[in-house]
Design a protein around this ligand. Structure first.
Ligand SMILES: *Cc1c(COP(=O)(O)O)cnc(C)c1O
Length: 436
């Protein structure tokens, strides 16, 4: 029998995350304080984030950062996640390519987001915080932080993008099961929310707006820290656990990726699977392509500009050197809520600028076609976000079929779509808008 899954024992859960900043020849440009226009400091960042995450954010020298033992312990509830050879999909596509996926949907909340929620909640608690707050789009990050907060005994308040709050009631319920307080954003509970609702009474919400609200709450509330699920460099750092495991698992499969693919919202799951492999490209000249898959409706990497921009709508965050569509960009209501964000993280933006990685954009209809083919051939219903990675993997596999080359394709299955069935319902009933 051919081997389908490559699994690692719990003892092989990595003990350190990989900090790619240390190995980059051209470092990301610094984030700037919007008032002074000077690089932000740990002291400034730690006014809203935990001190440890603020340090990790600005660490450009240490390539390896220790994972706290208690975080590893909670990682063991679902990690190491399996690496799977997609024989079913290969057969359906009749491609000579070897397709592998790293299955992050096995986490208790169904996506990769828990990989960073656990350390972020842990550091907040360790530093004496009582509360955490955040924003969430589709609800994946909010669910992850709600659960991690429960584990470490923190109160959690989540601002959920209004359109998702309405379209995805079950994700809201998941957060509530773990005891979080969930508010649709924009809300009247913050200055930022009030301003936006006054200007646009029918505002459907966006991640940028919800971030503004959460940051404001963290600033105004003693003992309350803010945690972010994507974009920031410390989040990418935590997510490298995905690629570090995948590297060992590819070795078990006696294979190595020619192309690594992940969907792209702010860049955390992409960074997570790609950076450990990119290390070999940067240090040893290993030839691998890295492709970020983004929605045509929110194409920051393929159509955005490299510039200094805010991470949120109200302009509360530092200025981030990023590929951006503009911090007031209002993306169409695609179902991949986790990809409806205007900008890319600073590290990924620099790597993109330097040609170390590439990006592809995919219209919504193609992503669901890909998701259905994957579900039929591999038995897992993917999250609408993950469907973007699958769509690009299928494009690559079809290219291999045309050229007859048996390349090795690795993609990250960032989450399952079992709480996104309303989106599949629209697709199946022929009512899905394409948003080219
Ligand atoms: C949040 C999310 C994404 C996008 O976020 P990144 O930071 O770009 O990884 C992708 N897939 C799923 C399932 C998500 O929940």
């Amino acid at each position: 029998m051919k081997q389908k899954k490559y699994t690692l024992p719990e003892s092989e859960i990595p003990t350190q995350w990989y900090n790619i900043q240390a190995d980059m020849k051209v470092k990301p440009q610094p984030m700037l304080n919007p008032e002074t226009k000077k690089p932000v400091t740990v002291e400034e960042l730690s006014q809203i984030f935990s001190v440890e995450c603020s340090r990790q954010e600005l660490n450009t020298t240490d390539a390896w950062i220790d994972i706290p033992e208690v975080v590893r312990e909670y990682y063991s509830y679902y990690r190491p996640s399996p690496l799977v050879r997609a024989y079913g999909l290969e057969k359906a596509l009749d491609t000579p390519a070897h397709i592998y996926f790293k299955n992050e949907s096995v986490s208790p909340i169904g996506s990769h987001k828990l990989n960073s929620a656990l350390p972020q909640a842990y550091y907040c608690k360790k530093e004496g915080a009582t509360n955490v707050t955040t924003e969430t789009g589709a609800g994946q990050w909010g669910a992850a932080l709600s659960y991690a907060s429960r584990l470490f005994g923190l109160e959690c308040a989540v601002y959920q993008v209004k359109i998702s709050y309405q379209q995805k009631p079950y994700r809201r319920n998941i957060m509530q099961v773990f005891g979080a307080q969930v508010t649709p954003s924009p809300s009247m509970s913050t200055r930022a929310g009030k301003d936006i609702l006054t200007a646009f009474p029918n505002h459907q919400g966006s991640l940028g707006t919800a971030i503004s609200e959460a940051v404001e709450l963290a600033r105004m509330t003693p003992g309350c820290k803010y945690a972010l699920g994507s974009t920031m460099s410390h989040v990418s750092l935590h997510q490298t656990i995905i690629g570090l495991e995948a590297e060992k698992q590819m070795a078990l499969a006696d294979d190595y990726p020619d192309v690594v693919i992940a969907c792209f919202g702010g860049g955390s799951n992409f960074s997570g699977i790609a950076f450990p492999f990119m290390r070999h490209t940067m240090l040893e000249g290993r030839r691998t392509r890295y492709v970020a898959a983004e929605p045509s409706a929110c194409p920051k990497l393929t159509k955005g500009k490299f510039t200094y921009d805010f991470g949120d709508e109200a302009g509360y965050t530092p200025l981030i050197p990023m590929y951006s569509l503009g911090h007031d960009f209002k993306p169409a209501n695609i179902h991949a809520g986790g990809l409806r964000y205007h900008g890319a993280g600073a590290i990924v933006s620099q790597l993109m600028k330097d040609g170390i990685m590439e990006a592809a954009d995919v219209p919504q209809l193609e992503t669901f076609e890909a998701g259905l083919l994957f579900a039929k051939s591999e038995g897992i219903i993917p999250a609408p976000e993950s469907c973007h990675a699958i769509a690009v993997a299928i494009r690559e596999a079809n290219r291999c079929k045309e050229s007859g080359q048996a390349e090795t394709i690795l993609f990250n299955l960032s989450g399952h779509g079992l709480v996104d069935m309303a989106a599949y319902d629209q697709y199946l009933s022929g009512n899905l808008i394409n948003f080219e």
